[in-house]
Design a protein around this ligand. Structure first.
Ligand code: ADP
Ligand code: MG
Length: 240
């Protein structure tokens, strides 16, 4: 579903991604962790073409990400993304946030888009808020809307970039529950998160990044209980 081969990226002189190799099969759940500034967000953003890479190859669902706008649009339709700061449109209602892309990108009739949106809002248990504006919702509710909004595009892959790290502690669980459910339904997922309980529960593999490199990659059991590299051990000792 996703293949990164020797991917390199620079911000000016700064080498932010160094020879990244990663393969994600359909249905796999990958958790990415690592210290702040290690390039996790940059890698995720490259997979969705929000950032360009300069060297190497990124293939998503059989389409290679090049400068070709057609390819970028193709990939964005297949890849859903949830950010730390929800990024909902504040001037649109919850329902309108969810129907916008299906109507404008997929040319779906409004009624059909609304029915679809209500189906996903029900899945994240938020139908009663459909006509409110994002600012009227709690952080946890907004993040669940953001997930529902992505699902309305029927993505093949979901990317999450620290979806719970801006939330008050009591709201983390409700968002993780939605993510676990999604994982159990077989969604292909790439999640940057430091929620290690979540990683143990759903991840097929955990990837540790540091200074733009993938340092270690293992199943959650071995990753947490028997980390190989010193840097992974240090990191885990700081967050667990
Ligand atoms: P992480 O998500 O692991 O915290 P990022 O991918 O956000 O790391 O950032 C990796 C490094 O790249 C950091 O040192 C950050 O300061 C730098 N960086 C991120 N975005 C930009 C940018 N647009 N321009 C220049 N440097 C950037
Ligand atoms: Mg980040």
């Amino acid at each position: 579903m996703i293949q990164l081969t020797d991917v390199n990226k620079w911000y000016g002189q700064f080498h932010v991604l160094k020879n990244i190799n990663l393969q994600v099969k359909k249905g796999e759940k990958i958790v990415i962790c690592g210290p702040s500034g290690s390039g996790k967000s940059t890698m995720i953003r490259c997979i969705n073409s929000l950032e360009e890479h300069q060297k190497g190859q990124i293939i998503v669902g059989g389409t290679e990400l090049t400068d070709d706008l057609k390819n970028i649009e193709l990939v964005r339709k297949e890849v859903g993304m949830c950010f730390q700061h929800f990024n909902l449109f504040p001037h649109l209602t919850v329902l309108e946030n969810c129907t916008l892309a299906p109507i404008w990108v997929k040319k779906m009739p409004k009624k059909e888009a609304e029915a679809l949106a209500m189906k996903y809002l029900e899945r994240v248990q938020i139908t009663d808020q459909a006509n409110k504006f994002p600012g009227q919702l709690s952080g946890g509710q907004q993040q669940r809307v953001a997930i529902a909004r992505s699902l309305c595009m029927n993505p093949q892959v979901m990317l999450f970039d620290e979806p719970t790290s801006a939330l008050d502690p009591e709201m983390v669980r409700e968002v993780l529950d939605v993510m676990v459910e999604l994982a159990n339904e077989g969604m292909t997922m790439l999640c940057v998160t430091h929620e290690m309980g979540f990683a143990r529960q759903v991840a097929d593999r955990v990837i540790f990044m540091d200074q733009g490199e993938i340092i270690e990659e293992n199943n959650p059991h071995d990753f947490f209980d028997n980390p190989k590299s010193d840097r992974t051990q240090l990191f885990l000792s700081q967050i667990l």
